[in-house]
Design a protein around this ligand. Structure first.
Ligand SMILES: [Zn+2]
Length: 117
């Protein structure tokens, strides 16, 4: 049994989660913001994304394993406020089955393949 989520069938480890790295939902549809080091949004660097079927008042980064937590289900993500055009801060999310999500790298690679066709 997983001591973190309490499910008998869960064998998730922090090592698996860290090895896979950033993950992202299957309905991610495109990059909204590319946030560079010098933009200084609470130390966040990377991309935020829009999601199909979700009104885009905010765009969201990929889910980043929370290295400060022992719990492999804990992820952090950065929120960008598209209305205001500014960084909106961090939020923590519990992900039941992170191994079922595509990785951010897989998503970006699939986007690239489509653009190159
Ligand atoms: Zn678990």
């Amino acid at each position: 049994m997983c001591e973190f989520c309490g499910r008998v069938s869960c064998t998730l480890t922090k090592e698996q989660v860290l090895e896979r790295g950033n993950i992202i939902e299957d309905n991610a549809s495109g990059i909204m913001q590319t946030i560079e080091d010098e933009d200084n949004f609470d130390g966040f660097q990377g991309n935020t994304y829009s999601f199909a079927g979700v009104p885009c008042y905010d765009s969201l980064s990929a889910l980043i394993p929370d290295e400060d937590e022992e719990d492999p289900h804990k992820y952090m993500r950065y929120v960008f406020d598209e209305d205001e055009g500014t960084g909106g801060g961090w939020m923590q999310e519990d992900i039941d089955n992170p191994l079922g999500f595509q990785t951010e790298q897989e998503f970006l690679a699939s986007k690239e393949r489509r653009l190159n066709l």
